[in-house]
Design a protein. Structure first.
Ligand SMILES: Cc1ncc(COP(=O)(O)O)c(C=O)c1O
Length: 453
């Protein structure tokens, strides 16, 4: 039962854990004095629980990474087994579990993707994909979307479009931003998907022409932008980007860090579209983040560039055995248990129709969009003007009320500005997903008064 207590609550320990955190842990993306982190004691499947013994249905998958759910026994066992056998080995050596992880990961990619460069996470994957593209083409610039997040390291954060870039951008990144398609908030005044695709492609092509095609190494795109709003691209857009890239000798990097490994109800989100990238970045779902892992899946022509020439990049923990063991076990379990198909079905049969029904009942939902277990509720003050329930880059009383209401009812939410993202583990059961929808329905009632339409 959502919100129900679990065995052995220990509030005293909870207070100690909280105090320890506040005394010594410096948190990401935060003003340290203004936060009060939730102390979590444990997790299993779709749930986490705190020290008071309250259980929460994890609709966030943490940072949208626990695709296989918490504490999957096969993945935990594989990490334990690997730890007993060989905890670490430097990246210059051949290692059985690293090779097997690379083989399994490439087996999910299209033909011609033969090699994996392993990193510790998504940002480093983007850093290295951009570096490869620059060296492969001999060009410097990268084009990326405004509505995007690509990670917190320097190249990745300057490739990012969202406000986390602003204080980190020293205008030396070589990244040029452009607008991608987004029907609900179209920057192109489009009325149809066809118009949005055509105009977004025209805008990209113009950007390339005016930046100078011979200066551009890569177009970097999240296949389905995640934190920036979960906007599945309209039909024909990605194929059109591919065609433009080919015409100008530009590489296409698809960032699958959030959208990949089951999240979109497919191994890669681009499996839904008629497109083939040159480089694929991944992290998060590849092993559900049980041990940090990310990487770049590299197509043959780029591999060939570095066959006689040194690739000037590396990491002490590239292909860490514990992380690779977790990836092998995760991908194997996802295959054996049909988890990717399950995620697709939950999206098609439960979350998709359920969130659409909520949008009919609650005017504050401007749009519900997504696929698989990758959904966003775009919350508005007014359906006509589409004014956001919180400003771009900010928060609001309405959003704080909604998030507090969800937590009070036993749901751990994921929000970004004026959006609530519904991003549970791929393994969420139908019953759990329906329970989540019922709680959302209830909690959305708390903010009905903020609708001004
Ligand atoms: C699409 C995308 N790319 C890259 C990253 C960065 O990944 P990491 O936080 O593992 O460095 C993220 C993280 O949310 C992401 O969503």
């Amino acid at each position: 039962m959502v919100g129900s207590p679990v065995a052995s609550p220990d509030p005293q320990r909870g207070r100690e854990v909280y105090d320890l955190d506040r005394a010594h842990v410096f948190h990401s993306w935060s003003a340290q004095g203004l936060i009060s982190p939730m102390a979590l004691a444990g997790a299993e499947g779709s749930y986490v629980w705190d020290y008071d013994g309250t259980r929460y249905l994890d609709l966030s998958s943490q940072l949208v990474n626990t695709n296989i759910g918490h504490q999957h026994p096969k993945v935990v066992a594989a990490i334990q087994e690997q730890a007993g056998r060989l905890c670490t080995i430097a990246p210059q050596h051949a290692n059985d579990i690293r090779g097997e992880a690379a083989r399994l990961i490439t087996s999910k990619a299209p033909d011609g993707f033969t090699h994996v460069f392993f990193t510790n996470g998504g940002a480093e994957a983007v850093e290295n994909a951009v570096r490869m593209a620059r060296l492969h083409t001999g060009r410097q610039k990268v084009l990326a979307r405004y509505r995007s997040y690509h990670g917190g390291t320097q190249t990745a954060v300057t490739a990012t479009g969202d406000p986390r870039r602003w204080p980190n951008d020293w205008w030396s990144s070589g990244v040029v931003h452009f607008f991608g398609p987004f029907r609900y908030r179209s920057p192109f005044y489009s009325q149809t998907d066809e118009e949005e695709t055509e105009r977004a492609l025209h805008h990209l092509e113009q950007t390339i022409r005016f930046e100078g095609p011979s200066t551009i190494a890569a177009v970097l795109l999240e296949t389905i932008p995640g934190t920036a709003g979960i906007m599945p691209p309209p039909p024909g857009y990605l194929a059109g980007v591919r065609e433009i890239c080919d015409r100008f000798g530009i590489l296409l990097i698809l960032d699958e860090v959030m959208a990949g490994f089951g999240r979109a109800g497919s191994w890669f989100a681009f499996d839904h579209y008629d497109v083939r990238p040159d480089l694929i970045t991944f992290a998060k779902g590849v092993n559900s983040g049980y041990v940090p892992l990310g990487g770049v899946i590299i197509s043959e022509p780029v591999v060939a560039t570095f066959s006689e020439r040194v690739y000037p990049g590396g990491l002490t923990y590239s292909g860490h055995p514990l992380a690779c063991a977790a990836a092998v076990a995760t991908i194997t379990a996802m295959d054996e248990e049909g988890i990717v198909t399950h995620a697709r079905r939950i999206g098609d049969d439960v979350l998709g129709p359920g969130l659409a029904a909520l949008a009919e009942r609650h005017p504050v939902i401007g749009e519900a969009r997504g696929i698989g277990v990758f959904w966003a509720l775009d919350l508005v003050k007014n359906r006509e003007t589409k004014e956001e329930l919180a400003p771009y880059g900010g928060t609001s009383e309405a959003m704080a009320t909604l998030l507090a209401g969800l937590k009070r009812r036993g749901v751990l939410p994921f929000a970004n500005y004026h959006r609530l993202h519904v991003v549970p583990p791929c393994t969420i059961s139908e019953t759990e997903a329906k329970e989540a929808l019922a709680i959302l329905d209830d909690a959305l009632g708390d903010i009905a008064g903020y609708y001004e339409g």
